[in-house]
Design a protein around this ligand. Structure first.
Ligand code: NI
Length: 188
């Protein structure tokens, strides 16, 4: 496994439309493993392959944040004793996902994105939807989604079309967000 570089705005690669996965091989499994490692390291709750520069229709999601109140675990590997927080992971992989039946009812969530660091803004999306997708073995599944999972999945689906969450904002708000990001980068 390896942590890959996350592309950030205004990298033109993020505007590419991703291609369907046709081969379900070890290279795909490695890509997904690397995407999880990269996402957990960031940390974030969702990542599309294009965000690490791979234009394939692959998404990973894990809505479980680390639990800061959990009892630390004492570990002895690596020859020295140390503690770390136990983490409950709920890794989800969506390959060639399609959204079906988006609800007429919409929900507003404050979204952020690893490719638009430090910027958060309200985005309105259908509250519920169904998703049809393939797993790492190429088997097809369908699932109903609501809440944060529905929002996160739709945000990640946008990446496959080269769309970022700030593209849903008014021109003025988008320019303000990008200017704020520039300022933060200069300060860093
Ligand atoms: Ni994103």
């Amino acid at each position: 496994m390896a942590i890959r570089e996350i592309l950030e705005v205004p990298d033109p690669v993020l505007k590419q439309v991703s291609k369907p996965v046709e081969v379900f091989d070890d290279a795909l499994k490695t890509l997904v493993e690397d995407m999880f490692e990269t996402m957990y390291d960031a940390p974030g709750i969702g990542l599309a392959a294009i965000q690490v520069g791979v234009p394939l229709r692959v998404l990973v999601i894990d809505l479980q944040p680390d639990d800061p109140d959990a009892e630390p675990e004492v570990c002895n590997h690596g020859g020295h004793q140390h503690t770390h927080q136990p983490t409950i992971r709920e890794p989800r992989v969506f390959i060639n996902p399609e959204i079906l039946d988006p609800s007429e009812e919409h929900t507003v969530y404050q979204e952020g994105c690893l490719s638009v660091p430090e910027i958060y803004a309200d985005v309105e999306r259908p509250s519920t939807c169904r998703v049809r997708y393939q797993d790492l073995d190429g088997a097809t599944h369908e699932e109903a989604m609501d809440g944060l999972l529905a929002t996160c999945l739709q945000h990640e689906m946008d990446h496959l079309e080269g769309i970022l969450f700030i593209d849903h904002l008014s021109r003025l708000k988008r320019q303000m967000a990008l200017r704020k990001l520039e300022k933060l980068r200069r300060a860093a």
